[in-house]
Design a protein around this ligand. Structure first.
Ligand SMILES: [Zn+2]
Length: 418
């Protein structure tokens, strides 16, 4: 039976806000959005804003058990990676599956879709939210390229077998060449070809740190030390004088390419992303960016050059939680003059487009999945829709309700207020 929800204001994202808007859905699909009567008595949600479920375009749910980020604010990237390696090695068979914890936390924060980097193929079988699983690939030395590629093919085959089960949350599979200091150009090329052949998205950490730029340019610095420590170093793997631009050119051949971080992309590189926005996106992880000692994020330049910018939390190893709305609030605070509607789009539709899932999610649109989040407007004076959205992005409030595929989370009934 169809359900209609009325809210003080609805932000569909792909069309203007609707005051006293009504969203109607049947089963898992949205039927209508508007202010007119659809013939179904709406449940009045009261003084809330109704948004599409948020999209976290980049995370690593495998670290969701961490209570606080590793290291301390301002830690060097390579020292932080050493802590990540130690954390992975520690493991803990007793604890709840971190991916399950991460999905629960994600959903409670109003996020209904994630782009998750996975290292364990078993992780792909347990999705309880809309997920794109990017299988992480590491193989820096040229000698490792072939075995890394072969093991990815096996993992993708295993994941496809799991995905054939009839779960509505069967994850979409993708590929994640980890970063330029762990994946050589010799390996990156066939990974992108494989993605192209299988119509899969690709996500790569790129231009994240100054140390990475130094490594690409000169083949030295802390990343070389790390690779030598790990017996992964290969002096010929990366040609001297390389830049992130070289990697962008290769990634441009993927059906969808998510460039994760891009903290140090220069204007030419951002322009390249802008001119390839039909299939390339930049994923900004605002609070993770703030955790490290980075230069200011080039968001204004990216926007000026037409780059699609999505948002990610990254993991709890560099962020205190998985709250994408907190990332949106951070963007509003840290980037003066940004239009709040643009911030909302970054946390919803832009993420869906980056992942190639915009036909199903990212906006409140008839035919799309009924993924919705209600946020309380509080007692701030009600102004225009723009002022309401700005106020929403200035305050820290948890969702009052979340609907995933038309099902109210934490309630047995899809219309808990009836
Ligand atoms: Zn990451």
């Amino acid at each position: 039976m169809p359900v209609a929800l009325r809210a003080r204001i609805v932000f569909p994202v792909d069309r203007p806000p609707i005051e006293n808007g009504v969203v109607t859905f049947d089963g898992d699909r949205i039927l209508a959005v508007g202010s007119t009567d659809t013939g179904i008595k709406p449940v009045d949600l009261g003084n809330v804003a109704l948004l599409p479920g948020l999209v976290n375009a980049h995370t690593h749910l495998e670290f969701s058990h961490l209570r606080q980020p590793l290291g301390q604010p301002g830690i060097g990237i390579v020292d932080w990676i050493r802590l990540i390696i130690a954390e992975r090695a520690r493991g803990d068979k007793e604890r709840t599956n971190p991916i399950t914890l991460g999905q629960q936390e994600t959903l409670a924060a109003g996020v209904t879709m994630v782009g998750d980097i996975v290292t364990n193929p078993a992780a792909t079988s347990a999705a309880s939210i809309d997920t794109t699983c990017f299988h992480e690939v590491i193989g820096f030395s040229r000698a490792r390229a072939e075995s890394s590629l072969n093991s990815l093919v096996e993992r993708l085959q295993a994941a496809a077998a799991v995905s054939n089960t009839a779960s509505s949350f069967a994850p979409v599979q993708g590929i994640s060449p980890h970063a330029p200091y762990t994946v050589s150009p010799l390996l990156l090329r066939p990974l992108v070809t494989l993605a192209h052949r299988n119509n899969m998205p690709v996500a790569m950490h790129l231009a994240e740190s100054r140390e990475e730029l130094q490594f690409l340019r000169n083949g030295d610095g802390p990343f070389k030390d790390l690779l030598e420590e790990r017996s992964m170093w290969d002096a010929e793997a990366v040609p001297p004088g390389s830049t992130p631009h070289d990697y962008l050119r290769t990634l441009a051949d993927a059906p969808w390419a998510l460039v994760i971080h891009g903290n140090y992309l220069d204007e030419d590189e951002l322009d390249f992303l802008g001119t390839h926005r039909d299939r390339m996106s930049l994923v900004y992880c605002p609070r993770t960016h703030a955790y490290f000692d980075h230069s200011p994020y080039p968001l204004a330049t990216a926007r000026k050059l037409g780059v699609r910018v999505a948002l990610g939390t990254d993991s709890r190893a560099s962020n205190p939680d998985l709250d994408l709305f907190a990332e949106m609030r951070h963007v509003s605070r840290a980037h003066q003059g940004i239009d709040p509607h643009e911030t909302l789009r970054m946390g919803t539709l832009a993420g869906a487009e980056a992942l190639g899932r915009e036909a199903a999610v990212g906006s409140i649109t008839p035919g799309k999945l009924a993924n919705l989040v209600a946020l309380p407007l509080g007692d701030a004076p009600h102004g225009s829709p723009d002022e309401m959205l700005a106020a929403l992005l200035a305050t820290n409030r948890a969702p009052t309700s979340v609907w995933l595929h038309g099902r109210a989370i934490g309630h047995d009934d899809p219309s808990p207020h009836l």
